[in-house]
Write a protein that binds this ligand. Sequence first.
Ligand code: ADP
Length: 353
Amino acid sequence: MPIIELTNITKTYPNTKAPAIADVSLSVEPGEILALLGPSGSGKTTLLRLIAGFEFPDTGAILLGGVRMNSTHGFVPTEDRRVGMVFQDGGLFPHLTVSQNIAFGLYRYNKIEQDKKVSEMLRLVSLESFGQRYPHELSGGQQQRVALARALAPNPIVLLMDEPFSSLDPDMRARMRDEVHAILRRIGITAILVTHDHDEAFTMADKVAVLNAGKLEQIDTPEMIYHLPQTPFVADFVGSADFVSGEVKTDGFIHTEIGRFPNEGKHPIGNSIVVMIRPDDIHLVPDRNGIAEVISKQFRGSENLYALTLPSGQRVHSSAHSLAFYPVGTRVRLELTATHTVVFRDDKEKAEK
Ligand code: ADP
């Protein structure tokens, strides 16, 4: 049984036209980590707040642990939903010590149980000797670990995290992702992470739900989201992608100006198709008779990202090892190393593999 089950959730804020969440259905299995991924304003925080009970849906059903949270008879309030929350800035109480912060949600426990739980949580987040410190005496990463400990102390069935690493510097962010991921796995809790960063979603989550303007575009494993995006929006949002126009010809292949691709979606002959191609799928080889020309190069550390122009004027990108150097103006031929093809019908809306 899923721990979280949302069915046809729609939420429109007062005095706004478009719904912030439009007909979203998804479920999260026990112990699974789900990332809600999308650009700013796509509805991620709204969805999290609906699950937490800070907002109420106009329509649809929310079930947590198999129990309906909303119905025509009323709503289960946040404090009875058994959800733990970690916010962007930690949200620790500045006048309480670390231990007091962690004990804050333990009002249903007696003092002995509270102390035991606080020690257990301090151990979990490796802050055993920090119990008597105040939040301002901690680093940003330590504050977020306390926030995590505070959220987990009352044994929630679900942990909700809203951009929990965004206020940390990049080094600390990467370390915290690993640490928090290991902690969540160790205790096996079901969790939802809100992020606009696809790398963060991919490294932390078992499944990624991509939101765009309140709609769920795709929910899948990170690998499927990256390699087999179901819509051009997802393809573009989770990594560099170029879209090359083509047509299904009588030989059954999709012909484009950079080569032919298998017609995996079995589109009819004559259909206009857009093929998605990522920079790591295109290998460039200097060739005086090549159809493409290097127009720019970006140094990216271990690789160079080349922008190339095709005879039609369309641009595509190719990543090459940074020791390979091709000056602007070099004519090149393109070798496609795509192990799979992702194609969309050319109407940008009704996308399909
Ligand atoms: P995200 O977390 O992806 O940035 P939000 O859930 O915060 O997106 O916002 C989704 C949409 O709802 C946005 O258009 C935002 O302006 C709108 N919105 C969010 N909160 C409110 C609110 N309290 N009142 C009115 N509109 C809101």
